[in-house]
Design a protein around this ligand. Structure first.
Ligand code: HXC
Length: 510
């Protein structure tokens, strides 16, 4: 009996070594942790339960029958993050470059199926050279099975991808279908085809970092939601994100203890908006002052900075925040910001996370590059996302809410529940200057007359009261009272129940 127990331990020890100590050392040499070290850091200490440690591939081509490492290049299982169940897979680059075989894919599918069945998030740690070349179509089929589960799980359980090495080909398409993608600076890459293929096909010379590094994907392509300095920081941030999210689409997000009065009054907010309507101010200051303990988890911080998206808590409960940022492009809506915010709003709606929208928006960005890039369709994504959302929605207009952007940004007309405005709000079709030049075109040559028309227009429309008289604004509130007002509003909406007409699915302008 003792022999058998020892044999089991020996087999486990062998499996834990993956591709061997030399390759683990090489992984460390690149500043990367091993697949198991990553799982240990991600989960609560001692909570990991492994599946399929002894699974091996079945390939007999190219001498593969000679190398059958236990586990087949991926560590899978479940554990907890701050006591809450999650499923995890972590690809082991030391085993055939973390490449995906038929059996490797089956292991991932098994835990994805368990996660959907038991209603818990799936976290994928990706460090893989893509389809295992020796297996040919069997590995492609394996990828297909994973993709299909990503699609089925979308909107059912949160899916988070952490990219922690070179990910090429199939290795990027599974993360692409998940809710959040995190990268590690200088050691992770994502591309459909690597620099060599790019050189052959397009004659472009580009490094891996330029083509698919963390900076490229967080600033240019927006494929990734955040990038961190190293594996340890990235995994700690995944834990922080999971704390904000519900386990699945039938549960509410967790309620955390809070140490901040919901009716905290913030006198400094009374002077946040500058007297000159064209002077910028930092919307993040407002966000931090509204949040429980000033804790804000920003999503896509480096992309389309003219809109801010992220999570905070009020009364210990998660709220998704969408806010125009007057510091960047005056907070205008454009293709990138509309796409960024639309995806965020849809995530919140899918997972029952209430949405707070903070508005200071001068409209949509004009110009050929926007029109040729399809701003009509991309702007419509945000309009559509707000209009189809059934979660509690609270909106605060701090300053400008002009034109189409006023309607798009969670207006009363899109069935937002509470629409507040500060006394500094200006709700109009456009700014006074632009409006005057159109209405009073005949007076364009007379600057005095134009100035007087602009002053009239401002007097009439540069305030929240015209909209409030019509009930499009529910209440004009004191800036200092904002946290109290929105926390009471969200509290009153906790049992909100709203259904949309039956349909197979909508046809959002993609
Ligand atoms: C089998 C692989 C592999 C793969 C890497 N390895 N990728 N084995 N299949 N896809 C092996 C290597 O042979 C090597 O084994 C070990 O992993 C480490 O790889 P290195 O090349 O030494 O590491 P590095 O220099 O860091 O380069 C990493 C890499 C590179 C950039 C990922 O290995 C690479 O370009 N691999 C191929 C990528 C690729 O073309 N994948 C197929 C994509 S097509 P030894 O024993 O020598 O140490 C695809 C289609 C799916 O995924 C489509 C679904 C829709």
């Amino acid at each position: 009996m003792k022999d058998i127990l020892e044999q089991l331990e020996d087999r486990r020890e062998g499996a834990r070594l993956g591709g061997g100590q030399n390759r683990i050392d090489a992984q460390h040499g690149r500043g990367k942790l091993s697949a198991r070290e990553r799982v240990d850091l991600l989960l609560d200490e001692g909570s990991f339960e492994e599946f399929d440690m002894f699974v091996t591939h079945r390939c007999t081509d190219f001498g593969m029958e000679q190398q059958k490492p236990a586990g087949d290049g991926v560590v899978t299982g479940w554990g907890t993050i701050n006591g809450r169940l999650v499923y995890v897979f972590s690809q082991d680059f030391t085993v055939l470059g973390g490449s995906v075989s038929e059996t490797h894919a089956k292991k991932i599918c098994k835990i994805m199926d368990m996660a959907m069945q038991n209603g818990a998030p799936i976290i994928g740690i990706n460090d893989s050279g893509g389809a295992r070349i020796q297996e040919g179509v069997d590995s492609l089929a394996g990828y297909g099975e994973v993709f299909q589960r990503n699609i089925q799980a979308s909107g059912v359980v949160p899916q988070i991808s952490v990219i922690m090495g070179p990910c090429a080909g199939g290795a990027v398409y599974s993360p692409a279908m998940t809710d959040f993608i995190f990268m590690v600076k200088d050691s992770s890459y994502m591309f459909v085809t690597g620099p060599d293929v790019v050189k052959t096909v397009t004659n472009e010379q580009v490094t891996s970092e330029e083509l698919g590094g963390a900076s490229t994907h967080t600033r240019k392509s927006s494929v990734a939601d955040a990038a961190f300095e190293n594996d340890v920081e990235a995994l700690a941030e995944v834990r922080r994100l999971v704390d904000f999210l519900p386990a699945n689409n039938r549960e509410k997000p967790p309620v955390r203890p809070f140490f901040d009065e919901p009716d905290r009054i913030e006198p400094s907010l009374d002077t946040l908006v500058p007297t000159n309507a064209n002077t910028p101010y930092d919307m993040k200051e407002l966000i931090l002052k509204l949040a429980d303990e000033g804790d804000f988890y920003e999503i896509q911080q480096e992309f389309a900075k003219n809109i801010v998206t992220g999570f905070f808590r009020i009364e210990g409960r998660t709220v998704g925040v969408v806010a125009n940022q007057p510091m960047v492009l005056a907070g205008v809506l454009d293709i990138d910001s509309a796409r960024k915010a639309a995806r965020f709003v849809r995530f919140c709606d899918a997972f029952e996370i209430p949405i707070l929208t903070l508005i200071d928006v001068p409209g949509f960005l004009p110009g050929t590059s926007q029109e040729y890039g399809g701003v009509i369709k991309h702007g419509a994504k945000l309009l559509f996302a707000y209009g189809e959302a059934t979660v509690p929605m609270v909106t605060v207009i701090t300053r400008k809410a002009y034109g189409g952007a006023y309607v798009v940004m969670a207006s009363k007309h899109l069935q937002s529940d509470f629409n507040y405005a500060w006394p500094t709000a200006e709700i109009a079709v456009m700014g006074a200057k632009g409006a005057t030049e159109i209405i009073h075109r005949a007076d364009l040559k007379d600057p005095q007359k134009i100035a007087s028309h602009a002053a009239d227009y401002e007097e009439r429309f540069a305030n929240p009261f015209v909209a409030a008289e019509r009930g499009f604004i529910d209440e004009v509130i004191q800036p200092r009272m904002t946290r109290k007002r929105i926390s009471r509003a969200f509290a009153s909406l906790r049992n909100k129940s709203k259904t949309m007409p039956w349909k197979k699915h909508d046809n959002i302008p993609l």
